[in-house]
Design a protein around this ligand. Structure first.
Ligand code: ZN
Length: 93
């Protein structure tokens, strides 16, 4: 039996901002990362015992790739700011 694990990753900027609070706290200065519409970017992986297959849509829509909206610690954002970003494409067979 070939058991596989399928995982799908979506763009974290996709979707509509929903406040979790009761309006008592101001929204952070940078605002929400959500773009109030869908971004088609996704990566789907199917992991088997021997290999991992991947399919993806690498197109982002409705936003730029801005470091300030990446869900990573501020110190890491400051470290990578200004460094050229190399994008490694995932091969799909
Ligand atoms: Zn996106």
């Amino acid at each position: 039996m070939n058991k596989t694990i399928t995982t799908k990753y979506y763009c974290h900027r996709s979707g509509v901002f929903k406040s979790k609070g009761k309006g008592e706290c101001a929204l952070k200065i940078t605002g929400s990362c959500k773009i109030d519409q869908c971004c088609p970017f996704f990566i789907r992986t199917v992991a088997g015992l021997i290999n991992i297959d991947g399919t993806y849509c690498k197109t982002h829509f409705g936003h730029q790739n801005e470091i300030r909206y990446l869900p990573i610690p501020t110190i890491v954002q400051e470290t990578i700011a200004g460094i050229p970003i190399f994008i490694f494409e995932i091969c799909s067979y």
